[in-house]
Design a protein. Structure first.
Length: 64
């Protein structure tokens, strides 16, 4: 138990932990920004996926 308390105290006092928190917040911001853009990109990805799927189906049927 003392070791856990020591580790938590050291984590709070060290400044290196602040960098980790800042990078985590930055990553969360980037993830939210990406999530906001996905609905706009979703239709394009769906169209590309459909075209590729149909081309692969045609290639598979003509190869037989």
């Amino acid at each position: 138990m003392n070791q856990l308390r020591y580790l938590l105290t050291r984590f709070v006092r060290e400044e290196a932990g602040q960098d980790l928190i800042e990078y985590t917040l930055l990553l969360a911001f980037v993830a939210l920004a990406a999530a906001a853009l996905f609905p706009q990109i979703g239709a394009s990805i769906s169209t590309v996926w459909s075209v590729i799927s149909s081309l692969l189906a045609e290639a598979a049927s003509s190869a037989v």
